[in-house]
Write a protein that binds this ligand. Structure first.
Ligand SMILES: [Zn+2]
Ligand SMILES: [Zn+2]
Length: 302
């Protein structure tokens, strides 16, 4: 059993990473099964037009035909009128809504047991571009939880002893600040919902790592917090993608003890770089490839 995490797909706009992932899985003899999961951390975007666009339905069928289970959190770019109307059922310890038998929406404030890990999930975010969007056509007020939902999420969070992983679409304010320190020109300010996540979820229970999307960047922000966009994070170190907690065993045969190393930008560079480095063996893995490297990857893939 293996779990993979990736960032916003925005419907077909940012879907290439999933297509690439399927190609890799096929090259490995379709090595995944329905026990394995790929989780999209919000802004899934395939519940969007009403009636559903034919192309979106086609892509959902394509996902349904993948050998794994696809799971998604809601972000801010989802059609919540359509999503809210879907029937709710139980799956692996929490409530879900099924778009297809193997494409499931993970709901706000739920805890799931998947592949030997526990996950606490909270979707939603404020849209930075809401002023340019039309209510109930391209923007929905349900993009952030209402008071009743927040009470539910806060209660569930306070009842938890601990989980392995927290998955949200939106970062809590503390992480937003960390991100803005490094990239002051990008993205808007923190808001009442990032504040609410900081106050009602962060620090309420123990967790190993917290992953979120929304910032459109692949970057570990501090030891437990990582934001994902185009990378597929390999939570169980299967080696199917470059990015995981365990890239093969360490020199002494144990798991790597990944520590975050941030290198500020050198002169003429726009961005610095972030690596996970194992102090025992010195091996490192990078979570934020430069555009040049990305171009290289695309070219080698043809
Ligand atoms: Zn997004
Ligand atoms: Zn978003």
């Amino acid at each position: 059993m293996a779990v993979f995490l990736t960032g916003d797909t925005h419907g077909r706009i940012d879907f290439d990473k999933v297509r690439r992932f399927r190609k890799t899985v096929e090259e490995h003899g379709d090595c995944l099964t329905r026990e394995d999961c790929l989780v999209v951390l919000g802004d899934f975007g395939f519940v969007w037009s009403d009636p559903p666009a034919e192309k979106d339905a086609e892509t959902l069928e394509w996902l349904e035909a993948c050998p794994w289970m696809t799971l998604f959190l809601d972000g801010n770019h989802e059609n919540f009128d359509l999503l809210d109307a879907l029937p709710v059922s139980d799956w692996h310890g929490g409530r879900i809504q099924a778009l297809r038998p193997h494409v499931l929406h993970l709901m706000r404030g739920e805890t799931y047991q998947i592949g030997g890990h526990s996950f606490f999930v909270v979707g939603g975010a404020h849209s930075a571009d809401k002023a340019w969007r039309e209510p109930h056509r391209s923007w929905w007020p349900q993009e952030v939880p209402d008071e009743r939902e927040r009470a539910y999420i806060a209660r569930r969070a306070s009842e938890l002893d601990g989980v392995d992983y927290v998955l949200t679409h939106c970062p809590p304010t503390g992480q937003y600040r960390r991100y803005k320190e490094r990239f002051p020109r990008f993205w808007g300010p923190s808001d009442e919902y990032t504040d609410w996540l900081e106050e009602c979820v962060e620090g309420k229970f123990a967790y190993k790592k917290w992953f979120f999307g929304h910032l459109h960047m692949d970057l570990p922000l501090d030891e437990p917090h990582t934001t994902l966009y185009n990378e597929v994070f390999d939570l169980d170190g299967t080696g199917l993608t470059r990015f995981g907690e365990d890239m093969g065993p360490c020199t002494d045969g144990s798991r790597h003890d990944w520590k975050l190393r941030w290198t500020p930008p050198s002169k003429g560079e726009k961005e610095g770089r972030s690596d996970y480095v194992c102090p025992t063996c010195g091996k490192s893995v990078r979570l934020h490839p430069t555009d040049a490297e990305r171009g290289q990857e695309e070219r080698t893939e043809g």
